[in-house]
Design a protein around this ligand. Structure first.
Ligand SMILES: [Zn+2]
Length: 334
């Protein structure tokens, strides 16, 4: 399997996923259905496109070769045997009629490639009926068909669907790998900003790239010190007010949690007399190091880690923010 993308860069990080897929493809035993699982911005679609190109590539060497006519068509989105079906992004927006149509198409032989590939994006948005309908073709797929599904969390799918797919998890990449990709895309951004953005978004390149491009990175940098300081404020309302902007910015919470954790880590390090700051607000970290005990800082870090995990289970957003404030205040002994 060739991991070089059409733009010349290599698909970053995710070594486990790459090894899993390469060994299957090289052995000629590529699964009929692959589920690519990971947060938005982790490269799910990029990987799906790469696998689709590999399935139609005509090279006898490493696939996708990137230069044969089939690869050209695949990467330009014009291959007649690759169908991409998106869901529109909303929960329960992926309906059964789309899956029924796809099932009919799946039994038609490929036009020119050895395989017919269906990329199904964001299958977590499939209704239960749509998933059950998909299951029928996953149970006995025609020999020439490959399904590439993307989703956030496999737990959002029916157990019966999960048992029929080969799951490949994608996650954040290392700071160096993330910065290398970001630098390529945003050559005019300073190294410091690239590293900070990579850290805030936990190595999820697509999210860091969006954050730097759409201005949310700057907003989060401004928001972090006010939230961190409000944790120790006399009135509880201060923290509720500080987190209020997040009420309408659900997609920023991941970065805010990582940013807070870095500030608490810096404050802890500061208490031990060191000054190697990893976070974006060294001044706030210094203030917190004086107003909180070591134990309180350790508890704050633990609370953030717990909440990062809890968020994976799609908790109601308003409830989540309320719990966030309450838990942070309690951890800080306020
Ligand atoms: Zn090729």
């Amino acid at each position: 399997m060739n991991w070089t993308l059409p733009n010349g860069s290599v698909f970053a990080g995710n070594q486990t996923a790459k090894t899993l897929l390469s060994s299957r493809l090289d052995a000629g035993a590529f699964p009929h259905a692959v589920l690519i699982e990971g947060p938005a911005g982790s490269g799910r679609r990029t990987l799906a496109r790469q696998l689709a190109a590999a399935a139609v590539c005509r090279s006898t060497g490493e696939k996708p070769c990137g230069v044969c006519p089939a690869c050209h068509k695949a990467f330009s989105g014009n291959h007649p045997d690759i169908t991409v079906i998106g869901s529109g992004g909303e929960a329960r927006s992926f309906h059964i009629d789309v899956v029924r149509e796809l099932r009919e198409e799946a039994y038609v032989l490929p036009n020119e490639a050895p395989a017919r590939v269906f990329i199904l994006c964001d299958v977590q948005n499939m209704t239960e009926q749509a998933q059950n309908s998909l299951l029928k073709v996953l149970e006995e797929p025609p020999a020439h068909v490959r399904f590439l599904l993307t989703c956030e969390q496999r737990s959002q799918l029916l157990e019966t669907v999960r048992s029929r797919v080969f799951t490949v998890p994608l996650g954040g990449v290392s700071a160096e790998e993330a910065v290398a990709v970001l630098r390529r895309q945003l050559p005019n951004t300073s190294e410091e900003e690239l590293s900070r953005a990579a850290a805030l978004w936990g190595g999820i390149i697509g999210q860091a790239l969006n954050g730097l491009s759409d201005g949310s990175y700057r907003d989060i940098l401004e928001l972090l010190p006010s939230i961190a300081s409000a944790i120790t404020a006399p009135a509880e309302l201060t923290l509720l007010t500080a987190t209020a902007p997040l009420e309408k910015q659900k997609d920023r919470v991941t970065a805010v949690l990582s940013g807070l954790k870095l500030i608490f880590r810096d404050a802890l390090v500061c208490r031990f007399g060191h000054s190697t700051f990893l976070g974006t607000s060294p001044e706030t970290a210094k203030v917190l190091s004086r107003s909180l005990t070591r134990q309180q800082l350790l508890t704050l870090i633990a609370v953030i880690e717990e909440l990062q995990t809890a968020r994976l289970f799609n908790m109601n957003h308003t409830l989540f923010l309320t719990i966030l404030c309450a838990r942070l205040r309690r951890a800080a002994g306020r």
